[in-house]
Design a protein. Structure first.
Length: 507
């Protein structure tokens, strides 16, 4: 079996032969009148007509004076029927080839074909080639799953191959695109305005997370890559906008897991004059609409084997009390229990006890152990104020916030609450969070005095909501790294690549 270097050397030889013929193997222009799917879908009306099609060669079969070439574009595969014609000519300067040149073509090359739509004797929808142009000469063969292209690490590093040989992976990122399109369309239809906000921030706020730090030379100042969209969007409520949202990347300098990536896409919306009850109703409509438009179903079997049903439009998702869950599973009162009691429960349930743990972090760990058993959909409510420094408290129950988190597949996939707009209360909560940071909690929120100042100009009552693409990963039934096209990986160059490029890596 030929090595990659041998196969590549052979294609480099063909590349030179093409150039000797006067063929440009990498022209800039391509002509296409129809995609491949439309040839099949509209065959009856297209039969006998001249069309132009393009695609990557999947296979080549030659039988004497006739050849069959299968090409693939992003819509479908299509067969080209190429017959020998003594009178045929080729404009080499236009990258045209003759059937006699077919040995210079390989699977993986991109070509353009012009000809009539026909049906072969075997009943195959085809284009009978009158002119064939080379659009791109490939120097490496595209592997297949039969070649062993199943190693997860290799698939993640060369996703551009993965999407070619695994149609389900290719379609996954179409659905990912549809997921965000459905999100954007729903919010636009509901009267929200999309306003993009900065990625670089003076203070990283809006979530409990460790930020990435970068330096801006122009200002000679360190900035944080945003961990949340929240505080800038709420400043826009102060600015007079009433329904705003943003979709874009956020960055959290934390470890990889099946549910988390340090970089991921997220969406947050903020709605003036709405509270958490209106937010829950909107969330139900939003998530169901996304499911309808992305997958065409509301029933899902998840990666963890849980089965969920998002229900019909007239159904409301149940509510689960955070306080009651901790009491019922661990016998703890979240308001009066001590750090020692929390740590004792962590040990009893096989959870890690870290030196920098505080009571809030410990209680959150206990909750997450229970959370994994809850399929949902349901709303988590009765979240203590000390766990959420940006939410309003429930009337008559200042120890609890007006916050809801969407429970789905053992995870909290959406977080929302009635926004705190009391600048004095907000400052006090920031001071509490800053004290936690000073005590060693790197994920506690930073004190953002500029945001407090903005609140002093008055922000209307509002509800805010956010989810990341983890919602997509869960409903798609994949891990985080499988859910994005190009996850960050440790930089490596394999030995085969080093051997192929001696001019870069040495002999």
């Amino acid at each position: 079996m030929a090595t990659l270097k041998e196969l590549r050397d052979e294609r480099l030889r063909k590349l030179e032969d093409l150039k000797q013929l006067g063929v440009n193997p990498y022209p800039a222009k391509a002509e296409r009148t129809h995609n491949n799917r439309s040839i099949h879908a509209d065959f009856t009306s297209l039969e006998g007509q001249e069309v132009g099609v393009v695609g990557r060669i999947v296979s080549i079969r030659k039988f004497g004076k006739i050849a069959f070439i299968i090409i693939k574009d992003d819509s479908d595969e299509l067969q080209l029927l190429w017959r020998f014609d003594e009178a045929a000519t080729a404009d080499r300067a236009n990258s045209e080839l003759l059937l006699n040149d077919i040995t210079l073509l390989d699977a993986g090359d991109f070509v353009e074909a012009a000809g009539k739509v026909i049906k072969t004797q075997t009943g195959e929808d085809s284009v009978e080639v009158q002119k064939l142009r080379l659009l791109t000469k490939s120097l490496r063969p595209m592997p297949t799953t039969h070649d062993g292209f199943t190693n997860k690490e290799v698939r993640l590093r060369r996703r551009y191959i993965d999407t070619n040989v695994n149609s389900d992976v290719f379609q996954r990122y179409i659905r990912r695109s549809n997921f965000w399109k459905a999100t954007r369309d729903f919010l636009n239809e509901d009267g929200f305005t999309e306003i993009n906000i900065p990625v670089l921030e003076n203070t990283a706020g809006g979530a409990d997370a460790n930020p990435f730090i970068t330096h801006m030379d122009a200002l000679d100042q360190d900035f944080y890559l945003r961990i949340s969209h929240e505080l800038p969007l709420k400043r826009l409520l102060v600015a007079g906008y009433e329904k705003v949202f943003d979709i874009g990347p956020r960055f959290r300098n934390e470890n990889y897991s099946d549910e988390h990536l340090p970089e991921h896409v997220a969406m947050e919306w903020y709605w003036a004059y709405a509270d958490w009850e209106k937010g829950m109703e909107l969330t139900e409509r939003l998530v169901r609409t996304i499911a309808d438009r992305t997958w065409g179903t509301r029933q899902f079997k998840l990666l963890n084997e849980q089965e969920i049903d998002l229900g019909t439009d007239d159904q409301h998702w149940p509510r689960i009390s955070f306080v009651n869950v901790i009491r019922d599973h661990y016998g703890l009162d979240v308001f009066s229990c001590t750090l020692e009691e929390v740590q004792d429960q962590l040990k009893q349930h096989g959870l890690e006890v870290e030196k920098q743990d505080n009571r809030a972090r410990g209680i959150d760990k206990l909750w997450k152990k229970v959370r994994g058993t809850l399929a949902g959909p349901a709303f988590l409510v009765d979240i203590p104020t000390f766990l959420q420094p940006l939410a309003k408290t429930q009337p008559g129950r200042p120890e609890l916030t007006e916050q809801f988190n969407l429970l789905l597949g053992g995870s909290e996939l959406c977080k929302a609450y009635s926004e705190l707009n009391d600048p004095v209360d907000q400052l006090n909560r920031f001071l509490e969070q800053q004290a936690m940071r000073d005590a060693g909690d790197d994920e506690a929120q930073m004190l953002d005095i500029d945001y407090v100042e903005a609140l002093e100009y008055a922000m209307p009552p509002a509800c805010g909501f956010g989810f990341s693409e983890r919602l997509f990963w869960v409903l798609e039934g994949v891990t985080a790294r499988e859910g994005v096209p190009f996850p960050q990986l440790r930089s490596e160059v394999d030995e085969v690549t080093k051997g192929v490029y001696p001019e870069v890596f040495g002999s």
